[in-house]
Design a protein around this ligand. Structure first.
Ligand code: CP
Length: 307
């Protein structure tokens, strides 16, 4: 089963064999890229990107992902540089870009129900590049690809998601993907930021790090918090001492992987020194995200990847 001609708006319907197929293809693209041997002959295919929220990694890696396939990047539209600044809605913006007939549309947006509905109905394949607090499917796939490459048996891994679970779209999609793939995971963070009704295990940091083979501190999504001015966790030092990954807390963690989807607020969820820890895969995650995005677009558009 492939993603042929479909959209990737969430991971709800993805099957484990589709995920592994994407990973095998991403691995192949990595090898060909390292040998400078990718055939770039798909100039008839175009990708349009519309980002209504800020981005560095996702935006740049989708562009590189399209270049890996020899596609044209139709254009890149970003927040205040669009006519949204003049009062046009996000929906009208998307409809106008669709009128240019790109082969695939990549969209990042906030919690906008109407846009969710529209993107679910249109014929052009769409990839969700992060939507509000609801999901970030390509980030979850890229991060699992990082774990998959390092793991002898992915089902034996134990992933600890740390921090602002309730507001994090990465936590939402990663939890969904780990469920689908049968990988155990747990949460750690301030009680008010944890889904208390969920049956997922919850740990204090020290115990969680001892339990996990992968730990992933998440950025606090203050832009989605209603109590952003009054939360006690505005105290960065207190948050870092309680939930931060640093030279001290990382001593409780075994031989596994320290990951972050980024961006990282250093001295809050992670200390800068941890970047030099051999277990830290943060920059590999960026490359892997790009590779998986290439394989997703290759599957959706039927682009053959060959050397
Ligand atoms: N991980 C991630 O989505 O980063 P950006 O917001 O920089 O794209």
């Amino acid at each position: 089963m492939s993603l042929n001609k479909g959209s990737l708006l969430s991971l709800t319907k993805i099957k484990p064999q589709q995920v592994i197929r994407l990973f095998e293809l991403a691995k192949k693209i990595k090898t060909l890229r390292a040998k400078n041997a990718l055939k770039l002959n798909n100039l008839d295919k175009s990708m349009a990107m519309v980002f209504f929220e800020p981005s560095t990694r996702t935006r740049a890696s989708f562009q590189f992902a399209a270049f890996n396939l020899g596609m044209r990047v139709l254009s890149q539209f970003y927040g205040e540089s669009t006519s949204v600044a003049k009062g046009e809605t996000e929906i009208d913006t998307v409809l106008n870009i669709l009128a240019l007939r790109p082969d695939i549309l990549v969209v990042r947006y906030g919690d906008i129900d109407e846009l969710d509905l529209l993107l679910g109905k249109i014929d052009t394949p769409v990839i969700n590049a992060g939507s509000g607090r609801r999901g970030h499917p390509t980030q979850a796939l890229g991060d699992l690809f990082t774990i998959w490459q390092a793991s002898k048996d992915i089902k034996k891994e134990k992933v600890l998601l740390i921090g602002d679970i309730n507001h994090s779209r990465v936590a939402a999609s990663t939890s969904e993907l780990l469920n689908i793939m049968g990988v155990e995971y747990a949460y750690c963070g301030p009680i008010e930021w944890l889904p208390l009704k969920s049956k997922v295990k919850k740990f204090e940091l020290k115990e969680g790090l001892k339990w996990a083979t992968v730990c992933m501190p998440l950025r606090i999504q203050w832009e989605r918090h209603e109590d952003k001015d009054t939360s006690p966790w505005r105290d960065k030092k207190k948050y870092h001492e309680t939930y931060g990954i640093n030279e001290l807390s990382a001593k409780h963690f075994g031989k596994g992987l320290i990951m972050s989807p980024g961006p990282i607020n250093f001295s809050v969820e992670m200390s800068r020194e941890v970047l030099n820890d051999k277990r830290c895969k943060v920059l590999e995650q960026v490359e892997n995200g790009m590779l998986v995005r290439s394989s997703i677009m290759s599957e959706i558009l039927g682009i053959k990847v060959g050397g």
